[in-house]
Design a protein around this ligand. Structure first.
Ligand code: GTP
Ligand code: MG
Length: 287
């Protein structure tokens, strides 16, 4: 299967508003360097305060919100003026993050803006009821999002068992915000046209490759990262930063990946690497 496209970085960047929802969302937002950032939480210092109006919005269908010109919609319309997309970060399982992310996603939908959500799910040790609450919030959020990328906080314990909690959360926060930053840094508005009115579940991975045939090694390692999910992917966006002057490499990488993922459209977004000889590949798989 041929690759869908190789797209070079252009000036037509996406204009995004990134909403950090709940305590974890506010923390995750702090590790983001791109986009127009707003906080949505119960704290008085939040840009959007979790109050009765926001709570009611979290329980109101986008179509009803639009039709009745819900007061939260009015607020959100002003905040999101000029944005092409609304991005949401949160840790699910608590109260604020679930309600705030649902309200923001529904308001964005009511304004016909695509939503990309990237969220953390509770550590195993937090218990079954918290994990069940997180699952419920995730389904609600995914119902109003064009792309939803869930991350298990527990992956940190599994991959780095000896790191302290605060450090683990810092690392997780960088990971959770990564797919959103990739889209903001690499993609143009054609990315958004491709996800409009869709509800994709996303998986994100990143790898580095260098040396001879790095394209083949990089493709192998990316596909391995997706494990059993790879077969179910319908789209793959690769965010490639590589040395200047290797024009054919992006195409080769895309073809290597496409060759391993039957029936999956592969798009490669390319930027020049800051470091010579250092090829970084971010991958957002959608199903
Ligand atoms: N990755 C990450 N996860 C966090 C962080 N803080 C909390 N969490 C996770 O997010 C879940 C929700 O926690 P909070 O964000 O504190 O809860 P909240 O949404 O503010 O809800 P309430 O404060 O209970 O109203 C927790 O169960 C943790 O698993 C953080 O800084 N980073
Ligand atoms: Mg909180």
């Amino acid at each position: 299967m041929p690759i869908e496209a190789v797209k070079r970085e252009t000036a037509q960047k996406i204009s995004a508003i990134v909403a950090g929802c709940g305590s974890a969302g506010v923390n995750i937002l702090a590790s983001s360097r791109s986009g127009r950032r707003i906080t949505v939480d119960s704290s008085p210092s939040a840009d959007l305060r979790l109050d009765r109006v926001l709570l009611s919005a979290s329980e109101t269908d986008a179509s009803v919100m639009k039709r009745t010109d819900h007061p939260f919609l009015e607020k959100f319309r002003r905040l999101s003026e000029g944005a092409d997309v609304v991005m949401i970060v949160a840790g699910l399982g608590g109260f604020a993050g679930g309600a705030a992310s649902a309200a923001v996603a529904r308001a964005a939908r009511a304004l016909s803006l695509p939503v990309i959500s990237s969220v953390a799910l509770p550590f195993d040790v937090e218990g079954a009821s918290r994990r069940a609450a997180a699952r419920k919030s995730l389904e609600l959020l995914a119902d109003s999002s064009s792309i939803t990328v869930p991350f298990e906080n527990s992956i940190i314990n599994q991959t780095m068992p000896n790191v302290r909690m605060t450090r683990a959360l810092d690392i997780m926060n960088r990971i959770v915000v990564s797919p959103l930053e990739e889209v903001m840094q690499y993609a143009d508005t054609s990315f958004l046209e491709g996800i409009a009115r869709r509800k994709f579940r996303g998986t994100y991975a990143v790898t580095h490759a260098s040396g001879l045939e790095w394209e083949r090694k990089g493709a192998q390692s990316i596909v391995a990262e997706f494990g059993a999910d790879a077969a179910a992917l319908s789209r793959m966006h690769l965010f490639l930063s590589m040395s200047r002057g290797m024009e054919n490499s992006a195409e080769r990488l895309g073809e290597e990946v496409a060759g391993k993922l039957e029936g999956c459209d592969v798009t490669v977004w390319v930027r020049d690497a800051e470091e010579e000889g250092h090829n970084r590949i971010g991958a957002l798989g959608l199903r």
